[in-house]
Structure formats: C-alpha cells, structure tokens
Design a protein around this ligand. Structure first.
Ligand code: PRT
Ligand code: MG
Length: 216
C-alpha cells in the first residue's frame, strides 16, 4: 500500500492529535468514541487511521502495519522503542510519572531505613530503573490497571503511576511522594516508511512540527 496509515488510541491521544492532523490537512471521517470501526478513513484518500490500544501503537509502527503513530513516553519507554524513529515530542496528553503511597505511610523513613518496598505498577521498567538509581530494594508487582487500589487492598506499599490532576490519588487517600519524570506523547515513525514514503510523509511531519512550535 502506498498510502499512509496512522495508529492512534482512542480517548485523550485521539482527541489531542486531531488539531495536529488538521494542521496537516487531515480530518478523520469518524469519531472512534461513537463508531465501532477500527479503520477510519480521512478526507484524504491516501491517509487512514487505525484505532489501537495505547500500549499496542509502538508494535503496529515497528512492524510497518502503521507508518506513523502517537504514543505516550511512558508506553514508549516500556516498549523499548526498537525499530522506531522518534522525530517529535508532540507535547500533548501531558502528565507525570510518580511514586504514591497511602496518606500516613512515611515513605522517606522507610527508604532511609533500607526497607524492602513492595511496588505495584504497570510500568515495571521505569519503576525498576528509578529505584535502582536510588539504591532502594523493591519487589515489583505487575498490574494492568487501577494501580491506586493496590496499597489500599494491602497488595503493595506504594505505586508507580501516571498523575495529571491528582484527583484519582486524592479520591483514594494516596499522596505523591516522588516525581519520576514528566510525560507527554511522541510521534513515532516506521524507519522503512520514512525512506520509502518520504514524499508523502515529509509534508505531514513538517506540518506537525510547525503546529507543535505554534502551540509552545
Ligand atoms: O485506558 P486503557 O487501559 O485503554 O489504556 P491507557 O490507559 O494506556 O490509555 P489512555 O488513553 O488512558 O492513556 C494514553 C496515554 O495518555 C498514556 O500512555 C499517557 O501517556 C497519557 N496520559 C496523560 C495519561 C494520563 N494523562 C492520566 N491521567 N494516562 C493515564 N492517566 C490515568 C492515570 O493512570 C491515573 O489512573 O489517569 C489517572 C490519574 O489522573 P488524575 O487526573 O486523576 O491525576
Ligand atoms: Mg487509561
């Protein structure tokens, strides 16, 4: 296929990518929130969007099933980024990766004491590197969602999770005790597509770059 396939997850990434696509003259024909279609056409006959799980976007682009994708830095780090060209921080879907504990748990004290901490997270790579760099011994417990529940149910001492407004932590009586890194979404491009489809991809990448600069 000579056209361009763009991998997007529905929700905040789809919503926040729309203005960037518009800047490149691309308008999806349907909204994935209301349509059940997984392949969505656009106003351009040579451009389509595939709707993927957020964590699957790097896989689609890596294997060339999509030429372009938009993915959170969190997902990209956990995936590893092999075979992906990462030309641009889109500065959308911003949040931060943090350590959080139940209110009342003295995290600093536990760390100073050299306690072995149980950490529940979906982001095992980021968590492992963070605690290794601090020299803190941890047992990582891999979860796939609702990390906030883990310390409340007695599964872990702390969690490593994404925070944006802080509302979810607050509602569950958890407090942020450490900021690991700022997160935003990145454009990812299949390395072969970049060479073979340069004529079509080039102007799209340029339009994205200009739109991001304008938003800064
Ligand atoms: O939801 P699903 O299981 O389908 O997949 P997903 O969670 O991977 O996808 P999605 O669309 O929810 O997130 C896609 C990307 O958005 C993530 O990879 C992040 O890079 C980015 N992003 C930005 C966020 C948030 N902000 C965010 N707040 N992803 C998740 N959250 C969650 C967080 O995990 C926590 O449960 O929202 C909750 C906290 O929000 P606040 O506002 O209460 O602090
Ligand atoms: Mg989610």
């Amino acid at each position: 296929m000579n056209g361009i396939t763009i991998a997007l997850s529905k929700g905040r990434i789809f919503e926040e990518t729309l203005p960037l696509l518009a800047a490149a003259g691309i308008v999806p024909a349907e909204n994935p929130e209301t349509s059940r279609k997984l392949i969505i056409g656009t106003n351009r006959p040579d451009v389509r969007v595939v709707i993927v799980r957020a964590t699957d976007a790097p896989t689609y682009v890596q294997h060339g099933a999509a030429d372009l994708g938009v993915v959170g830095k969190d997902v990209l780090i956990e995936h590893g980024g092999a075979g992906l060209y990462q030309p641009l921080d889109l500065k959308i879907a911003k949040c931060r990766m943090s350590v959080a504990v139940p209110a009342g748990f003295d995290y600093e004290h536990a760390v100073r004491q050299g306690a072995r901490l149980k950490i529940a997270t979906k982001y095992t790579k980021i968590a492992r590197e963070h605690f290794a760099a601090k020299g803190v011994h941890v047992d990582l417990i891999k979860l796939y969602g609702s990390m906030e529940l883990a310390p409340l149910a007695g599964l872990s001492d702390a969690i490593v999770d994404l925070v944006s407004t802080g509302g979810t932590l607050k509602a569950n009586n958890l407090v942020e005790v450490e900021h690991i890194m700022d997160i935003s979404s990145r454009l990812i491009v299949n390395q072969a597509s970049l060479k073979l489809k340069r004529e079509t991809l080039g102007p799209i990448l340029d339009a994205f770059t200009q739109a991001v600069e304008k938003n800064a």
